[in-house]
Design a protein around this ligand. Structure first.
Ligand code: LLP
Length: 422
């Protein structure tokens, strides 16, 4: 459930009309709802509590939406953070996430990033290869520290999701091969600078079925038993993120958090481990819309194009993954609909937000909302065609604040310079 609803024919974000925000900040812009972010976090957390998982830590996956106001909203609810770069760590810390709740994931952490994270005192590194373990051990030892690690193992499970967001199959670059997992833990024991605390998995994103999770959790349970038999002390299980969300507004959520929580409790709840999760999309996707206005309509011979002022530079998901996002007029209309491709001004045929959508013939300046854009929306933005990044607005009840301003052209060019030979 989200807090983007029509009232008297006008789309609202919580208690504010979207049109009012558009008037104030201009389009395109991202609009996030505090109440929706809070609700998504709380529903997941409560489901885990109800399933009896007392010892738990939800580390919001910052990559999904890394605006510091969004992270801070979740920090206030007790969330930790899953980060994949030093930049994300800087954001998480600035947003008030406690270092003791930060886990550092990713296949390509550099020695400098490891150093900075150890200095900050983060909870855990999710390590993905033996060479990474060696590097981390060396960096930590040099600082007189011992890094706590979880080994990200690749359970070789097909999460049944888009090929670009599947991560848990043997051919994906992520994690230590399942067959090498035990050797990996044995290797950690030989090093002074690292201490193995947990098993970590993340099998993919936008997973809409419980079966891949079940298979993965069962494999983790088996590995945990084998490791404990060999004397390894494992007290954390990081089960990653990946929970899918509905991208069409009339659809039910594809995965019920209660079912997911019970699955974890049934398979892994009695192992004496802290259960850690790294959800991103589940928290943020339906907590954001991208608001755009119509530049002009172009009724062609083969297709009708609705040309709007948002583009693939604001929302890359449709062209990158063939992703579907609902698009609706901000002002509810009864008018007859035509079939349109909703496209942006960027000079690429792949620049579209939606194809073959039934929408009324618009007037210039009409506002449209692109739904479920709160995760992997603004963060994947680019300034291609020298387009300024869309501002981000956070709503809470009757209030809204611009939490990232639109840069002017001077700001966009300020890091460029002319060499003296030009
Ligand atoms: N943990 C790790 C290690 C991850 O790699 C990811 C996502 C997450 C957690 C969070 O997954 P979530 O709960 O959001 O599914 N740009 C793509 C999604 C890429 C996901 C990358 N990793 C998209 O727009 O669909």
């Amino acid at each position: 459930m989200d807090h983007f609803l029509y009232r008297d024919g006008a789309l609202h974000a919580e208690d504010i009309a979207i049109a009012e925000i558009a008037q104030a900040v201009g389009t395109p812009f991202y609009c996030y709802s505090t109440a929706t972010l809070e609700r998504h976090f709380s529903v997941l957390d409560q489901s885990l509590a109800d399933a009896g998982l007392e010892d738990r830590l939800i580390c919001y996956s910052v990559k999904a939406n890394s605006n510091i106001a969004v992270i801070a909203t979740l920090a206030k609810l007790g969330a930790g953070a899953d980060i994949v770069s030093q930049g994300e760590m800087v954001r998480a810390l600035k947003a008030g996430i406690e270092p003791s709740k930060i886990v550092f994931s990713g296949v390509g952490k550099t020695a400098d990033e490891m150093h900075a994270a150890l200095e900050a005192g983060i909870l855990q590194f999710n390590v993905e290869s033996l060479s990474e373990i060696d590097m981390l051990a060396e960096v930590a030892k040099g600082m007189g520290k011992r890094a706590q690690v979880a080994l990200r193992v690749n359970p070789d499970i097909d999460a049944g999701t888009h090929e670009k967001i599947s991560t848990g199959k043997a051919e994906n670059k992520f994690g230590i091969a399942w067959e090498d997992a035990e050797a990996g833990f044995a290797h950690v024991q030989t090093l002074e600078g690292v201490e193995a605390r947990g098993i970590d998995i993340h099998i993919g994103s936008q997973i809409t079925d419980t079966e891949p999770f079940r298979l993965a959790f069962e494999k983790v349970a088996g590995l945990l038993a084998r490791l404990r038999e060999k004397g390894h002390v494992i007290d954390r299980l990081d089960l990653g993120g990946g929970l899918g969300v509905p991208y069409a507004r009339d659809n039910e959520p594809p995965l019920d958090p209660t079912v997911y929580a019970n699955l974890i409790a049934d398979i892994l709840g009695d192992k004496g481990c802290t259960i850690m999760l790294e959800p991103g999309r589940l928290i943020a996707a339906n907590a954001g819309v991208l608001v755009t206005s119509v530049i002009r309509a172009k009724q062609g011979r083969a297709k009708n194009f609705m040309i709007v002022d948002a583009a693939m530079t604001e929302l890359m998901r449709p062209t990158l993954y063939g992703a579907y996002h609902d698009i609706k007029p901000v002002k509810e209309m009864e008018a007859d609909a035509l079939v349109w491709d909703v496209v942006g001004p960027v000079c690429e045929s792949g620049d579209f937000l939606g194809q073959d959508r039934s929408l009324p013939v618009p007037d210039e300046g009409d506002l449209l909302a692109v739904f479920a854009a709160g995760a992997y929306g603004a963060v994947l933005g680019s300034s291609y065609n020298t387009r300024p990044a869309a501002p981000e607005v956070l709503v809470s009840g009757h209030r809204f604040a611009v939490v990232r301003a639109r840069p002017d052209y001077e700001a966009m060019l300020e890091r460029e310079s002319l060499p003296d030979w030009v």
